[in-house]
Design a protein around this ligand. Structure first.
Ligand SMILES: [Zn+2]
Ligand SMILES: [Zn+2]
Length: 380
């Protein structure tokens, strides 16, 4: 496939230049009249999160990746909030995002970081595709009447929610201009750059624990200002997972919101990557990092033997882990069957399982000594 051509996208150039200028001018005007009400500041923070989650939990994880399903009202609210970001309809947004995942770091990636930080952050938005994007990769979304409706009426809906709702809420305490300018307009500009940072900072700053074969990076710092999308190395490796930050302390409001909704049945079929697949990715990545460090030093017999030792230790670890998991599954299957006649067999299996666990733990310790640090610990 040849990369698509691009020409200046004047609508976006004007929009993305005029809106920050209008926000600055509006805020100066607002402060000339005494500044926004304190209630409007609280509303602004809440609104930033509401729209930010519309993008992360809605546009990104629900529509683009189908990492969970949601009941109609939740879908509607996430669609409206995501739309209020003025980042396009869910159909257009998801089409670009699926292309990004499929062709990441190549010239077919719409926000390819290899074309520079600025291009990935913002530059790609001001260059229009020729021919325009097609929707071949979002046929599932095109069949959704709700998303079709949003796509057809995008600008009106986005303006209504982005500007209308905050103006209406802030007018409850007599500050409609504050709601319009601070929450609606300045909030939209802020959220633009928060979301754009996922394509720039999250492919530039942080670590690569799960894969070194793409530029996605994990960073708690970028997670803080991208509403939890900062665990981007994980996300590119396991895009169908409804979580981005998989550990309990990882800042990921999208994950918390989806888990919360699932308690009431409002979100369901939450997808998670298998923990053995995650561990396998971590170990393989650790191995690849060491092998590349070794090959950067002298290439003599000793280096080759060291590389072989690392690779076989990783294989031993993986085999020990798989064996342990297999026995564990078998043990629980027999135990749960409740059949008395299997008692002897279950006891034998228990002994075998204990040995397999010890073997695995030994292989893990050896591996950690070899690579010089402990892998991310997960429940095994
Ligand atoms: Zn990415
Ligand atoms: Zn994604």
């Amino acid at each position: 496939m040849t990369p698509p051509a691009r020409k200046p996208y004047w609508t976006n150039i004007i929009f993305f230049t005029a809106t920050p200028l209008a926000a600055i001018a509006g805020l100066i005007w607002l402060y000339g009249r005494g500044g926004p009400h304190w209630g409007t500041w609280i509303l602004t923070v809440a609104w930033l999160y509401a729209v930010g989650l519309g993008i992360t939990a809605g546009y990104h994880r629900l529509f683009s990746h189908r990492s969970y399903e949601a009941v109609g009202p939740v879908k509607l609210v996430l669609m409206l909030l995501g739309g209020a970001s003025f980042e396009g309809s869910a159909i257009d947004w998801s089409s670009d995002h699926r292309t990004h995942h499929r062709y990441v770091d190549t010239e077919l990636d719409p926000y390819n970081i290899k074309e520079g930080f600025w291009h990935a952050h913002f530059g790609w938005l001001i260059k229009e595709l020729v021919p325009a994007r097609n929707h071949a990769n979002v046929k599932d979304l095109l069949n959704d009447p709700l998303l079709q409706f949003q796509h057809r009426n995008y600008v009106g809906l986005a303006a209504l929610v982005c500007f209308g709702v905050p103006t209406l809420i802030a007018s409850l305490w007599g500050d409609p201009w504050g709601g319009l300018i601070l929450t609606g307009l300045a909030g939209m500009v802020f959220n633009h750059h928060a979301t754009f940072s996922i394509n720039s900072f999250c492919h530039w700053l942080g670590s690569q624990p799960y894969s070194i074969h793409h530029t996605g990076r994990d960073s708690w710092l970028t997670a803080l200002f991208t509403y939890g999308e900062g665990y981007h190395n994980y996300h590119h490796e396991f895009p169908a997972d409804y979580r981005n930050g998989i550990r309990a302390h990882h800042f990921d409001p999208g994950k918390w919101l989806i888990a919360f909704l699932s308690r009431f049945g409002w979100a369901y079929n939450l997808k998670r990557a298998r923990s053995d697949a995650i561990l396998k990715a971590i170990w393989k990545t650790d191995e690849e990092k060491i092998l590349s460090r070794l090959s950067a030093t002298k290439s003599d017999g000793l280096t080759v033997r060291l590389q072989q030792a690392v690779s076989s230790a990783r294989l031993r670890l993986e085999e020990a882990h798989q064996h342990f998991l297999k026995l564990k599954e078998e043990y629980h299957r027999l135990k749960d069957s409740g059949m008395q006649s299997l008692h002897h067999q279950i006891e034998n299996l228990k002994g075998e399982l204990k040995m397999a666990r010890e073997n695995f733990e030994k292989a893990l310790t050896e591996w950690q000594h070899l690579i010089g640090h402990s892998s991310l610990s997960l429940q095994f």
